[in-house]
Design a protein. Sequence first.
Length: 252
Amino acid sequence: MSTDVGAWTMSFNPGRDARARLVCFPHAGGSAGAFFPLARAAPPGLEVIGVQYPGRQWRRTEAAVTDLHGLARGAADALLAERALPTAFLGHSMGALVAFETVRLLERERPGAVGHLFASGSRAPSRPREEDRRTRWTDERIIAEMRALGGTGDRLIADQEALRQALPALRDDYRALAAYRCPPGARVGVPLTVLVGREDPKAGPEHAVDWQPHTRAAFAFRAFPGAHFFLAENATELLDLVQNSLVAPQFP
């Protein structure tokens, strides 16, 4: 795993005028670029950063990290190097678990570094899908899972070259998900908002409340129109939630 902290993050709208920051953790097989549509809709003053896991895009020559705790450690080290700003984390699907573990690390090493956690499209850390742990994640099974999730998965399946390039990262990420175990009683000390798609077949509204024991602070959840990949089509409403969570500084 690269020790170059600069390899771990991409700022979509860098600038010294940023007054707050949203750090985004992608889904299994995903990359930092998955959050470009969200960054494009961001208001002035909000810097949007995507976390880039090893084994994809500009990090494709690096060995993958098949341990969610290892991914959290790499992301935390990179974010410790960033200048201090009011910061919220947004993790989608697998990224919600990585973001959760990264917040736990940063709370020990830089208290106050993160002000809010948004967990999107994921079951709670203590409530994994047991069928995932029993599944042999062949390419055929991964493709079937992507087809069930729809959206981004459908578009990737339709592009055979892109699918061929994405499959190694998908295999590694599903292996990491299957191996993940949440430490008993693991909680964060920041407010936690769970985001779900109303038609998500894997992590819908009925699973949101399972996240509540994982925070010592305020808990809320919001359901949006759409299935698993609902973020881009609800970017404006989501960014309103982020702005409201970062009460200082005020946005224009």
